[in-house]
Design a protein around this ligand. Sequence first.
Ligand SMILES: C[S@@+](CC[C@H](N)C(=O)[O-])C[C@H]1O[C@@H](n2cnc3c(N)ncnc32)[C@H](O)[C@@H]1O
Length: 242
Amino acid sequence: MAEKPQPFDPLDPEQAARRAAARQRLDAIDPAKKPGEALKDPKRREWFEAVYALSEGDPVNVPWGHLVANPLLLNWLAGQIELRGKSVLDVGCGLGDNAAALAEQGATVTAFDLVPRAAEWASDRFPDSGIEFRAADLFAPPPQWRGAFDLVHETYTLQALPAAILPDARKALVDLVKPGGRLLVICRARAEDQESDGPPWPLARSDIEAFSECGHVLEKLEDIPPGLTPSRHWRAVLRKPA
Ligand SMILES: C[S@@+](CC[C@H](N)C(=O)[O-])C[C@H]1O[C@@H](n2cnc3c(N)ncnc32)[C@H](O)[C@@H]1O
């Protein structure tokens, strides 16, 4: 039976205070928060591993541990009719809530995270979901995943990577999509000329449009104002030509 936890409640002062304290601890050990240091470890592997290692199994200590699927994914899924039986890959799955929402649509879901502890944690939370949770690196995925998925979904992983590695990340995402399949990207948005003191680094429209350099066609790009999420977001659907 899937765990049915209470979602993280940012309006609960006790939870909010514990999350803020965790964020402060994690920022203090994040080289990307120190100008000029982000590129030494462009994948930020050590920091992502530290997030899960230092969490002591408490999702409040994981900045993206909301224990509920992203509202912009849920809202997108509500308009989908054809995911049953499709192969779906969830990239950077974290604690697994987005993967679980995709599986509830009847899709055959594989979900992966760079950090083995994240994949194990997600798997423990959704043992009966049928989802294959595993540790893998977007930049070195299992060869059998290349061109294998009807839908590749990523929320908040691109924005967690420095700009210099985005072209490689886009190519890696596109490589996983089946010809004729789709890529769904959900991320925070910024204006083209807006400075960002990330991580996370909200993406500009040009960062999304650059998927066309990898041969993907931008089917739909929504510029979503704060509402369902606290800040402006992009929701992009890209199609790999058949
Ligand atoms: C900001 S979190 C978002 C997690 C989840 N997608 C969500 O929306 O809750 C980014 C996740 O991507 C994972 N990640 C970072 N780099 C990755 C890579 N190269 N391959 C796979 N996962 C990665 C991190 O460990 C982390 O769990």
